[in-house]
Design a protein around this ligand. Structure first.
Ligand code: CA
Ligand code: CA
Ligand code: CA
Length: 440
């Protein structure tokens, strides 16, 4: 890894990317004190389980992994140390086998499962479709359940839609992705519970080295950590295109990691909870070389809300504005957040709304159903709110257009009629006077 890292510096970043959206490395919380001896070197993989609120990490030598529990109030404790086998570089869990934890052995290209309660071995898969690249092989793993595969437009290595595991009850209901050091490949496998698997395909990424994967189901985004060129996080929606005969993941963005050390592990909390509220806004990095603390916890990654449409409109009292006001919710990495509960409510000016309890769509957009302005001559205001989003609430304004009262219209018509009559009378009077003058 060190050699590649050095080459990365020589090549420099391949493309300009976004700056890290959270606190600096020095400002982040150093969790290494929970196990300073065990994590002094070789800390590699990381995985956050939002349901159990456990952070899992592993070292590639000795072959060990750990669970850390978080109490729901921001306090971590080292829960348990486990003994594995081989060269452990990546760690994850699978929803359909939540009693187990999965680790990848880089040099052997073997995925192994262990029971969480006893630490006993609980299955293994030899991933021989990955060439024997020695210590430049599998570095990170993440599992994507069927429900997200289908919605992500994921296709296999030949470009055919792969919306769900083909193994049904003999599988795990999703696909395992494996980040590879060599050439930055990501390999995909559909595991069977009997220790065999179907090779689904392999995918190029934005860089020529990959070392970690993390999937956020709430935004349907895969994060690929590249331990090269100063360390980058690539975000993909799992769609891919054909590039020179290979499938290549669509790169939504690249984000600079806030450290140029030997960063090999990354985990993050979901942008949204299953109940439609913003998530914890955390991420974690592991530093294999531990130059300034091997396990880092970042807590300043706020998701945000901005206006999307419908501000500063004008309408008549009692009528709806033509564009229903809408906001867009994005996570700290710029990804739209679907499924968030957004509440619209009138702040001033009276009037009424429909659809005040909205939910953000796949583009992170939530709109009020309609907004009918009140008859107040003052400005009408509407707010959109979601607790926990930076930028909430957003306020929309609309101006009541002064309309012509009906009585004024009648008056004008009468005036016109009066003028016409007056003109007619004047013409008649003038003609009569002329006749009188001629007579005389
Ligand atoms: Ca490592
Ligand atoms: Ca290794
Ligand atoms: Ca390696």
């Amino acid at each position: 890894m060190r050699f590649l890292l050095a080459l990365g510096f020589l090549w420099g970043p391949l493309a300009l990317g976004a700056e890290w959206p959270g606190e600096t490395w020095a400002e982040s919380t150093d969790l290494t004190a929970l196990n300073p001896t065990g994590w002094a070197s070789n800390l590699s993989g990381a995985f956050w389980n939002p349901e159990t609120r456990r952070l899992w990490v592993c070292t590639n030598g000795p072959a060990k992994f750990w669970s850390l529990s978080e109490d729901g109030a921001g306090s971590f404790a080292l829960e348990r140390e486990y003994a594995g086998t081989g060269d452990l570089e990546g760690i994850t869990q699978i929803d359909a086998a939540s009693d187990r934890v999965f680790v990848i052995d880089e040099s052997a290209r073997i995925l192994r499962a262990y029971r969480i309660d006893t630490g006993a071995a609980a299955g293994s898969w030899t991933l021989s479709d990955i060439p024997d690249w020695g210590n430049s092989g599998p570095e990170g793993i993440a599992f994507v359940p069927d429900v997200w595969l289908g919605q992500s437009g994921f296709v296999d290595g030949s470009g055919v839609a792969y919306p769900q595991s083909v193994h049904g009850s003999a599988g795990f209901g999703g696909v395992l992705f494996v980040a590879i050091q060599t050439n930055g490949w990501v390999y995909a496998f559909d595991l069977r519970t009997d220790g065999t698997q179907t090779f689904v395909g392999r995918y190029l990424t934005s860089r020529t080295e990959s070392c970690e994967l993390a999937f956020d189901a709430s935004t349907r985004r895969m994060y690929i950590l590249h331990n090269t060129g100063g360390n980058w996080i690539e975000v993909t929606d799992l769609t891919s295109t054909l590039v020179g005969g290979d499938r290549k993941f669509t790169t939504m963005s690249e984000i600079q990691v806030p450290s140029e050390s030997n960063i090999e592990g990354f985990a993050l909390t979901p942008a949204a909870t299953v109940s439609g509220t913003p998530g914890d806004r955390w991420s974690f990095f592991t530093d294999d070389s531990a130059e300034s603390g091997a396990l880092r916890w970042f807590r300043e990654l706020p998701s945000n809300m901005t206006k999307h449409a419908g501000d500063n409109q004008t309408s008549r009292a009692g009528e709806a504005v033509s564009v229903p006001p809408a906001v867009v919710a994005r996570d700290a990495y710029g990804n739209p957040i679907p499924g968030l509960a957004i509440v619209f409510s009138i702040e001033s000016g009276g009037g009424s709304i429909t659809g005040g309890n909205a939910t953000s769509d796949a583009s992170g957009i939530a709109a009020v159903g309609s907004w009918t302005l009140g008859d107040s001559a003052s400005v009408n205001t509407l707010s959109a709110a979601c607790a926990g989003l930076s930028g909430s609430p957003q306020q929309f304004t609309a101006t009541v257009q002064p309309s012509m009262p009906a009585s004024t219209g009648v008056g004008s018509a009468a005036l016109v009629l009066l003028c016409l009559v007056a003109g007619f009378v004047r013409v008649q009077v003038t003609a009569t006077l002329d006749r009188v003058r001629r007579f005389h």
